[in-house]
Design a protein around this ligand. Structure first.
Ligand SMILES: *Cc1c(COP(=O)(O)O)cnc(C)c1O
Length: 438
């Protein structure tokens, strides 16, 4: 597999280099040179395949000869060992639950695949790989669970004190082994600044082999295509092939993966990009003018992004035919008030509890259905996190019936461990040098 940069389409990089670099030097994003359509015979029989089998076929199609087939098969079997149910709420409405992995959010798909890909490409005698992550909540938990006990890797997670939910904090601080949590006296932006400074610091660079595990890594994007095909497979088995996917969106990695799946031949009628009031993309799709803005805090805080980092990938996927993008992708944005109202309405109508991000996906699906009157379309909204991760947002009468998944019960029984630092870089630098001296 070869990749280029969205800023330099004549660049050619091999898959392992793209994975360990995360970002090209020119600050673009890596994209596959070749996106081959999937074999028609495979798509025809896809309803007979399991999720790991689908994942294997798609990964093989994209990665080509980047790694041996038996290793790829082992990785997808290990990474996707949890259920991905498609819950039918009424005749045409489905929730695709992506939150049954260890961190209870869809980011497990990307993190579990990427960590194992990195583990495979790390040679035995190579220097330890140090993964530095700043998190506002969901990313850290998925990366921690993804890299837990992966040989030759060590993860340092920085999170802002008092600004992550209790369950999120437990997911960061109860792992032990090769996972280290650092509580920063500051904001998420401070955490991100510390990570960026560490990557640039000559002294640290001599001592450590750093990589970031953020959502722009190509090895996080690829596995997110798998569940779109898996949902298609399940609906095809029911004779439904007119699909509308509604995707709660922040950095636009999830919907970028859906569009990559579309380019590989996934039959889709419509994608909906559903955002909170951070509506840079929906307003671009309406006006044609792209204006990044500072992010605004909302109830769906994993989507509080004013300048979505994966948007350039979507523009790149459609660079030959920008009009096709306007047809296949529609944008919708909703307020906090509408989000709360939706959580209540979904509960009253279907006796089903959603997280605030997922509720926005449902709102977009509903609005699209009202506008389009396509009676045989299957509306699938992606359920991106378990509602228990956002207890402060869920109304009391809904929270009463919310069932804690077993992952949470285990977390509560585990020991909490973290170190504390200020947002001062020299303190962080000394922390790394002392903690990891040996
Ligand atoms: C990260 C996240 C999103 C946004 O996904 P993007 O790929 O960044 O668009 C939505 N919902 C939840 C729960 C998340 O954790």
């Amino acid at each position: 597999m070869k990749l280029y940069s969205t800023n330099n389409t004549s660049l050619r990089v091999d898959f392992p280099d793209a994975v360990f670099n995360s970002l090209p030097q020119d600050n673009g994003l890596y994209m596959p040179v070749q996106i081959k359509p999937l074999d028609a015979k495979f798509l025809d029989k896809i309803d007979q395949y399991s999720l790991p089998e689908i994942a294997f076929e798609i990964a093989k199609n994209l990665l080509q000869d980047a790694m041996p087939e038996n290793e790829l098969r082992r990785i997808v079997n290990e990474a996707f060992n949890f259920p991905v149910p498609l819950i039918q709420l009424d005749k045409n409405t489905f929730a695709l639950e992506l939150f049954h992995g260890p961190s209870l959010a869809f980011k497990d798909f990307g993190a579990r695949f990427m960590s194992r890909i990195m583990g495979y490409f790390l040679k035995k005698d190579e220097q330890m790989l140090d993964i530095l992550v700043a998190t506002s909540g969901d990313t850290g938990g998925a990366v921690a669970a993804g890299f837990y006990m992966v040989p030759n890797t060590r993860v340092t997670i920085l999170y802002p004190k008092g600004k992550v939910s209790d369950i999120q904090k437990m997911q960061l601080t109860t792992n032990g082994e090769n996972i280290h949590a650092v509580e920063v006296e500051g904001t998420f932006d401070d955490c991100q600044a510390l990570v960026k400074l560490a990557f640039l610091d000559q002294g640290l660079k001599q001592r450590f082999r750093f990589t970031s595990a953020n959502s722009i890594n190509i090895a996080r994007l690829i596995p997110q295509t798998f569940y779109y095909f898996n949902a298609y497979a399940q609906l095809k088995a029911k004779g439904m092939t007119n699909l509308v996917f509604s995707v709660p969106s922040g950095n636009f990695g999830n919907v970028a993966a859906g569009l990559l799946a579309f380019k590989m031949g996934l039959p889709v009628t419509q994608f909906l990009a559903a955002t909170n009031i951070n509506d840079t993309v929906p307003s671009f799709l309406k006006t044609g003018i792209y204006t990044p803005k500072p992010s605004v805090q909302t109830y769906s805080n994993a989507m509080d992004v004013g300048n979505p980092s994966n948007w350039v990938r979507i523009m790149d996927l459609f660079k030959e035919d920008p009009d096709q993008l306007k047809v296949i992708l529609k944008g919708y944005s909703f307020s906090d008030e509408q989000t709360l109202d939706a959580i209540n309405r979904i509960f009253e109508t279907y006796n089903y509890v959603t997280c605030p991000h997922t509720a926005i996906g449902w709102l977009a699906a509903n609005q699209w259905r009202d506008e389009n009157q396509l009676s045989n379309a299957a509306m699938i909204f992606l359920s991106t996190a378990h509602p228990c991760k956002f207890p402060d947002v869920i109304p009391a009468q809904v929270k009463k019936v919310m069932v804690s998944p077993e992952q949470v019960i285990k977390l509560k029984a585990s020991e909490n461990k973290f170190d504390s630092i200020s947002s001062d870089f020299s303190e962080f630098k000394n922390y790394l040098l002392e903690k990891y001296s040996s």
